[in-house]
Ligand binder design. Structure first.
Ligand code: NIG
Ligand code: FE
Length: 402
């Protein structure tokens, strides 16, 4: 296996007790897909064998960035709705009038699989250029067995061909499609019935739902989660984004990997998360783009020891951002995370939100996924906005330039 030594690095390992897991003069050895050695350069074993050596000249190295919540596969765009919202219409009003998610569903159904792939691959390209190495992609703009399968197949193909690791989540319970209008419970039955079929095709890593006044009730979400549990699939939830539905407590009952959004999370919800170990996925792009003013209870989550992840929530309605670095900045400016918390949110805690123990830190045995940055300290990654200091991205030991 190819062994590559990376030396003269300033490492933000995010492992160990030091702030940032900092190693001032560090080195890292990759062996094939994994990290075979990492630490202070002075401690490198004598007589170490390697095939190749890179001098990073003091550049900062972090784990590869992980986007744990995206809706990357869809047709069309919703700039017109953005205009309507600027004229005073609310996100809920547009959704209730048949726009919103449903307009993206119509566009996604009309778009053939090849074009859906090309569109999503181009979006992924922007995220990769800023250091993305692993991404979660949800369905949820198909809302029929066929169109959900199409979207999830696109996600799988991106995982094979786009140079990034992809986890696919089935979000059939995202909205009620027009053909089920007024028959919400029947639609939930359909979502549950499709789940084993999609799973049998190898298309599902986890199951998500949108528990909300304009989405699904906690009772309906429970039915989706019960089906997932029977199939052995982990769950996660779009919870308390626009109102407090108690979805978080329900998700925690089902040992959810994560609860996401959380602007209206209650103290009881925070407690449930702390007890169950769910990750809080914070989505500053959606908060910003909806011009929300109701902050998630960051301080309460922090005090309760709930791990916090940060993600783009890339989607055409509430977060059309394709900059993962901008989310680092917004997590600090809007949500008052520290720059270190924000970076942990896009690495180690994002991995946790995906149930992945093999990445998110620079540590022995972890995947050799990392980024080399033209900065002198990792706090600069959340300080700049609109600047991309990525020099090199390494995924599974293979380097590429942005
Ligand atoms: O994460 N809240 C529900 N789902 C998406 C928005 C989907 C859309 O508007 O198309 C979100 O914000
Ligand atoms: Fe989302």
């Amino acid at each position: 296996m190819r062994r590559v030594l990376w030396k003269n690095a300033r490492l933000a390992t995010l492992a160990g007790r030091e702030p940032w897991g900092w190693v001032e003069q560090g080195a890292l050895l990759t062996e094939g897909l994994t990290i075979a050695w990492v630490g202070p350069q002075a401690g490198l074993p004598a007589g170490l064998q390697f095939d190749e050596e890179h001098d990073l000249e003091g550049a900062v190295v972090t784990p590869g960035l992980i986007d744990c919540h995206t809706h990357l596969v869809y047709g069309g765009q919703r700039a017109r709705e953005f205009e309507l919202r600027l004229q005073g219409a609310s996100y809920e009003e547009i959704a209730r009038a048949g726009g919103g998610i449903r307009s993206s569903v119509a566009a996604t159904r009309e778009t053939d699989e090849e074009l859906l792939f090309q569109l999503a691959a181009a979006r992924l390209q922007s995220l990769k250029a800023e250091g993305l190495t692993t991404v979660e992609i949800k369905s949820g703009y198909g809302l029929s067995l066929e169109a959900e399968a199409k979207s999830l197949r696109v996600a799988r193909r991106l995982g094979r061909e786009a140079g990034v690791d992809v986890l696919a989540s089935y979000l059939g319970a995202h909205a009620v499609p027009p053909e089920f209008q007024g028959r919400q419970d029947e639609y939930v039955e359909a979502v549950c019935a499709w789940m084993p079929q999609l799973q049998a095709q190898g298309l599902v890593d986890a199951v998500d739902a949108f528990c909300e006044g304009i989405g699904f009730t906690p009772e309906q979400t429970r039915r989706v989660f019960e089906t997932a549990r029977r199939l052995g699939l982990p769950v996660k939830l779009h919870a308390e984004q626009l109102s407090d539905q108690g979805g978080t407590q329900l998700a925690c009952e089902f040992k959810a990997l994560s609860c996401d959004h959380l602007e209206h999370l209650s103290p009881a919800g925070v407690l449930a998360m702390a007890q169950s170990g769910a990750v809080a996925v914070l989505l500053p792009g959606a908060y910003y783009f909806l011009r929300d003013t109701h902050l998630p209870p960051i301080q309460a989550l922090r005090e309760a020891g709930v791990p916090m992840a940060v993600s783009t929530d890339h989607n055409p309605g509430t977060s059309p951002t394709l900059s993962i670095l901008l989310m680092l900045n917004m997590a600090c400016t809007l949500f008052r995370l520290t720059p270190e918390e924000a970076l942990r949110g896009l690495t180690v805690n994002a991995a946790k939100a995906l149930g992945l123990a093999d990445r998110g830190q620079l540590a022995l045995g972890q995947r050799a996924d990392f980024c080399v940055w033209d900065v002198s300290h990792p706090n600069e990654l959340s300080y700049y906005f609109g600047r991309n200091p990525l020099l090199l991205r390494v995924r599974g030991g293979i380097e590429s330039r942005p």
